[in-house]
Write a protein that binds this ligand. Structure first.
Ligand code: 1GP
Length: 248
Protein backbone atom coordinates (compact mmCIF):
# COMPACT_ATOMS: atom_id res chain seq x y z
CA UNK A 1 0.00 0.00 0.00
CA UNK A 2 1.14 3.53 -0.69
CA UNK A 3 1.74 6.01 2.10
CA UNK A 4 -1.31 7.96 0.96
CA UNK A 5 -3.43 4.80 1.09
CA UNK A 6 -2.11 4.14 4.58
CA UNK A 7 -3.14 7.65 5.60
CA UNK A 8 -6.65 7.11 4.19
CA UNK A 9 -6.86 3.74 5.91
CA UNK A 10 -5.86 5.27 9.24
CA UNK A 11 -8.41 8.05 8.74
CA UNK A 12 -11.19 5.47 8.37
CA UNK A 13 -10.62 4.63 12.04
CA UNK A 14 -10.43 8.20 13.27
CA UNK A 15 -8.27 11.30 13.45
CA UNK A 16 -4.52 10.97 13.13
CA UNK A 17 -1.45 12.67 14.51
CA UNK A 18 1.77 13.46 12.69
CA UNK A 19 4.97 14.53 14.40
CA UNK A 20 6.94 17.17 12.55
CA UNK A 21 10.66 17.03 13.19
CA UNK A 22 13.06 19.67 11.90
CA UNK A 23 16.63 18.34 11.67
CA UNK A 24 17.81 21.97 11.41
CA UNK A 25 16.66 22.40 15.02
CA UNK A 26 17.31 18.98 16.56
CA UNK A 27 20.16 17.52 14.46
CA UNK A 28 20.12 13.93 13.15
CA UNK A 29 20.53 12.17 16.52
CA UNK A 30 18.14 14.49 18.35
CA UNK A 31 15.58 14.09 15.56
CA UNK A 32 15.82 10.30 15.76
CA UNK A 33 15.34 10.42 19.54
CA UNK A 34 12.22 12.59 19.16
CA UNK A 35 10.88 10.29 16.43
CA UNK A 36 11.31 7.21 18.61
CA UNK A 37 9.60 8.78 21.63
CA UNK A 38 6.78 10.06 19.39
CA UNK A 39 6.39 6.55 17.98
CA UNK A 40 6.20 5.14 21.53
CA UNK A 41 3.57 7.78 22.32
CA UNK A 42 1.48 6.57 19.36
CA UNK A 43 2.09 9.09 16.59
CA UNK A 44 0.96 7.82 13.18
CA UNK A 45 3.52 9.27 10.77
CA UNK A 46 6.75 11.25 10.95
CA UNK A 47 7.08 14.44 8.93
CA UNK A 48 10.61 15.61 8.31
CA UNK A 49 11.53 19.14 7.26
CA UNK A 50 10.91 22.80 7.92
CA UNK A 51 11.60 26.26 6.58
CA UNK A 52 15.33 26.40 7.34
CA UNK A 53 17.60 24.93 4.67
CA UNK A 54 18.85 21.40 5.46
CA UNK A 55 21.41 19.57 3.31
CA UNK A 56 20.43 16.27 1.66
CA UNK A 57 23.28 14.63 3.62
CA UNK A 58 21.75 15.66 6.96
CA UNK A 59 18.35 14.49 5.76
CA UNK A 60 19.82 11.15 4.61
CA UNK A 61 21.49 10.61 7.96
CA UNK A 62 18.42 11.65 9.94
CA UNK A 63 16.18 9.34 7.92
CA UNK A 64 18.61 6.42 8.36
CA UNK A 65 18.76 6.97 12.12
CA UNK A 66 14.98 7.18 12.44
CA UNK A 67 14.45 4.07 10.33
CA UNK A 68 16.96 2.15 12.41
CA UNK A 69 14.85 2.82 15.51
CA UNK A 70 11.36 2.07 14.23
CA UNK A 71 9.15 1.45 11.25
CA UNK A 72 6.89 4.49 11.01
CA UNK A 73 6.61 5.97 7.54
CA UNK A 74 8.51 9.20 6.95
CA UNK A 75 7.00 11.96 4.84
CA UNK A 76 9.19 14.87 3.76
CA UNK A 77 7.85 18.35 4.38
CA UNK A 78 10.37 20.35 2.35
CA UNK A 79 11.01 24.07 2.52
CA UNK A 80 12.85 24.08 -0.81
CA UNK A 81 13.79 21.98 -3.83
CA UNK A 82 17.03 20.80 -2.21
CA UNK A 83 15.48 19.49 1.01
CA UNK A 84 14.92 15.97 -0.30
CA UNK A 85 16.22 12.54 0.61
CA UNK A 86 15.28 9.51 -1.42
CA UNK A 87 15.46 7.48 1.78
CA UNK A 88 12.10 8.90 2.89
CA UNK A 89 8.92 7.03 2.05
CA UNK A 90 7.00 9.96 0.63
CA UNK A 91 7.15 13.68 0.03
CA UNK A 92 4.43 16.25 0.28
CA UNK A 93 4.67 17.66 -3.24
CA UNK A 94 3.34 20.89 -1.92
CA UNK A 95 2.47 24.26 -3.36
CA UNK A 96 2.19 27.30 -1.12
CA UNK A 97 -0.98 28.50 -2.78
CA UNK A 98 -1.09 31.89 -1.05
CA UNK A 99 2.53 32.82 -1.71
CA UNK A 100 3.23 36.08 -3.54
CA UNK A 101 6.33 34.43 -5.05
CA UNK A 102 5.92 31.98 -7.90
CA UNK A 103 9.00 30.10 -6.62
CA UNK A 104 6.93 28.75 -3.73
CA UNK A 105 3.91 27.96 -5.88
CA UNK A 106 5.61 26.08 -8.71
CA UNK A 107 9.34 27.01 -8.85
CA UNK A 108 10.95 24.74 -6.25
CA UNK A 109 8.58 22.02 -7.38
CA UNK A 110 9.73 22.33 -11.02
CA UNK A 111 13.38 22.19 -9.94
CA UNK A 112 12.79 18.98 -7.94
CA UNK A 113 10.57 17.20 -10.47
CA UNK A 114 13.17 15.39 -12.60
CA UNK A 115 15.11 14.21 -9.57
CA UNK A 116 11.89 12.96 -7.99
CA UNK A 117 10.96 11.13 -11.19
CA UNK A 118 14.17 9.11 -10.81
CA UNK A 119 13.46 8.04 -7.23
CA UNK A 120 10.90 5.69 -5.76
CA UNK A 121 9.74 8.29 -3.29
CA UNK A 122 5.96 8.68 -3.34
CA UNK A 123 4.73 12.15 -4.24
CA UNK A 124 1.64 13.32 -2.37
CA UNK A 125 0.29 16.50 -3.98
CA UNK A 126 -0.74 18.93 -1.25
CA UNK A 127 -2.05 22.49 -1.14
CA UNK A 128 -0.31 24.46 1.61
CA UNK A 129 -2.04 27.56 2.92
CA UNK A 130 -0.57 29.84 5.59
CA UNK A 131 -2.61 31.92 8.03
CA UNK A 132 -1.60 34.69 10.41
CA UNK A 133 0.79 34.85 12.22
CA UNK A 134 2.60 32.57 9.73
CA UNK A 135 5.91 32.69 11.58
CA UNK A 136 9.04 31.61 9.66
CA UNK A 137 7.10 29.64 7.04
CA UNK A 138 5.04 32.74 6.25
CA UNK A 139 8.11 34.96 5.95
CA UNK A 140 10.27 32.56 3.98
CA UNK A 141 7.40 31.59 1.69
CA UNK A 142 6.37 35.23 1.19
CA UNK A 143 2.81 34.25 2.04
CA UNK A 144 -0.06 36.66 1.69
CA UNK A 145 -1.17 35.58 5.15
CA UNK A 146 -4.85 34.84 5.60
CA UNK A 147 -6.52 36.70 8.47
CA UNK A 148 -7.68 34.57 11.38
CA UNK A 149 -11.33 35.36 10.61
CA UNK A 150 -11.18 35.26 6.81
CA UNK A 151 -13.25 32.13 6.29
CA UNK A 152 -14.03 32.95 2.67
CA UNK A 153 -10.37 33.04 1.56
CA UNK A 154 -9.65 29.87 3.50
CA UNK A 155 -12.45 27.99 1.73
CA UNK A 156 -11.48 29.45 -1.65
CA UNK A 157 -7.89 28.24 -1.34
CA UNK A 158 -8.87 24.84 0.04
CA UNK A 159 -11.34 24.18 -2.77
CA UNK A 160 -8.80 25.42 -5.31
CA UNK A 161 -6.38 22.76 -4.04
CA UNK A 162 -9.07 20.08 -4.34
CA UNK A 163 -10.11 21.12 -7.83
CA UNK A 164 -6.45 21.18 -8.94
CA UNK A 165 -6.44 17.49 -8.01
CA UNK A 166 -4.31 17.84 -4.91
CA UNK A 167 -4.82 15.04 -2.42
CA UNK A 168 -4.61 17.01 0.81
CA UNK A 169 -4.93 20.53 2.16
CA UNK A 170 -2.70 21.88 4.94
CA UNK A 171 -3.84 24.86 7.04
CA UNK A 172 -0.72 26.29 8.68
CA UNK A 173 -0.55 28.97 11.39
CA UNK A 174 3.25 28.71 11.46
CA UNK A 175 5.51 26.69 13.68
CA UNK A 176 5.50 28.15 17.18
CA UNK A 177 2.41 30.32 16.51
CA UNK A 178 0.67 31.63 19.63
CA UNK A 179 -2.66 30.23 18.39
CA UNK A 180 -3.62 27.67 15.73
CA UNK A 181 -5.93 28.33 12.79
CA UNK A 182 -9.40 29.14 14.13
CA UNK A 183 -11.90 26.38 14.80
CA UNK A 184 -14.55 28.29 12.84
CA UNK A 185 -12.38 28.38 9.72
CA UNK A 186 -11.61 24.68 10.09
CA UNK A 187 -15.25 23.64 10.55
CA UNK A 188 -16.61 25.81 7.74
CA UNK A 189 -13.93 24.57 5.34
CA UNK A 190 -14.29 20.93 6.33
CA UNK A 191 -17.96 20.71 5.34
CA UNK A 192 -17.08 21.81 1.81
CA UNK A 193 -13.88 19.83 1.31
CA UNK A 194 -13.64 16.26 0.00
CA UNK A 195 -9.95 15.65 0.69
CA UNK A 196 -8.20 15.28 4.06
CA UNK A 197 -7.53 18.50 5.98
CA UNK A 198 -4.24 18.80 7.85
CA UNK A 199 -3.92 21.47 10.54
CA UNK A 200 -0.68 22.51 12.21
CA UNK A 201 1.06 25.38 13.93
CA UNK A 202 0.60 26.42 17.54
CA UNK A 203 -0.91 23.17 18.87
CA UNK A 204 0.81 22.43 22.18
CA UNK A 205 -1.67 20.69 24.48
CA UNK A 206 -4.41 18.10 24.39
CA UNK A 207 -7.29 20.57 24.87
CA UNK A 208 -6.23 22.53 21.79
CA UNK A 209 -5.60 19.36 19.79
CA UNK A 210 -9.07 18.11 20.73
CA UNK A 211 -10.72 21.39 19.72
CA UNK A 212 -8.93 21.41 16.36
CA UNK A 213 -9.83 17.77 15.69
CA UNK A 214 -13.46 18.23 16.72
CA UNK A 215 -13.70 21.32 14.50
CA UNK A 216 -12.88 19.07 11.54
CA UNK A 217 -9.14 18.64 11.10
CA UNK A 218 -8.42 15.09 9.95
CA UNK A 219 -4.71 15.21 10.66
CA UNK A 220 -3.20 17.21 13.51
CA UNK A 221 0.48 18.10 13.27
CA UNK A 222 2.65 19.04 16.22
CA UNK A 223 6.30 19.99 16.04
CA UNK A 224 7.63 22.52 18.54
CA UNK A 225 6.03 20.91 21.58
CA UNK A 226 8.24 17.83 21.20
CA UNK A 227 11.37 19.87 20.47
CA UNK A 228 10.93 21.98 23.59
CA UNK A 229 10.21 19.29 26.19
CA UNK A 230 12.63 17.10 28.08
CA UNK A 231 10.08 14.26 28.04
CA UNK A 232 8.67 13.76 24.55
CA UNK A 233 6.67 10.65 25.48
CA UNK A 234 4.85 12.23 28.42
CA UNK A 235 4.19 15.42 26.46
CA UNK A 236 2.86 13.79 23.30
CA UNK A 237 0.97 10.86 24.81
CA UNK A 238 -2.10 12.83 26.04
CA UNK A 239 -2.23 14.87 22.83
CA UNK A 240 -2.15 11.74 20.66
CA UNK A 241 -4.60 9.85 22.88
CA UNK A 242 -7.23 12.53 22.62
CA UNK A 243 -6.78 12.81 18.84
CA UNK A 244 -7.14 9.03 18.43
CA UNK A 245 -10.26 8.98 20.59
CA UNK A 246 -12.14 11.21 18.14
CA UNK A 247 -13.83 9.20 15.40
CA UNK A 248 -16.30 11.76 14.01
C1 1GP B 1 4.69 23.70 11.38
O1 1GP B 1 2.47 23.03 11.51
C2 1GP B 1 3.74 22.70 11.90
O2 1GP B 1 4.83 23.58 10.01
C3 1GP B 1 3.91 22.47 13.39
O3 1GP B 1 3.79 23.65 14.15
O4 1GP B 1 5.80 23.63 15.62
O5 1GP B 1 3.80 25.00 16.24
O6 1GP B 1 3.72 22.52 16.37
P1 1GP B 1 4.28 23.69 15.69
Amino acid sequence: MSVYENILKALKKGKIHMTLIDPATSGPEGSADIAFEAYRAGTDFIMLGGSTEISPEILDRTTDLIKRKMGLEIILFPGSSSMITKKADAIYFMSLLNSSDIEYIVGHQRKAAIYLSETKIEKIPMGYIIFKPGMTAGRVGKAMLIERDDTKSAIQYALTAEYFGMKMVYFEAGSGADKPVSEEIISKTKVKLNIPLIVGGGIRDSATAEAIARAGADIIVTGTVAEKTSNVYDTLRPIINIIHSITM
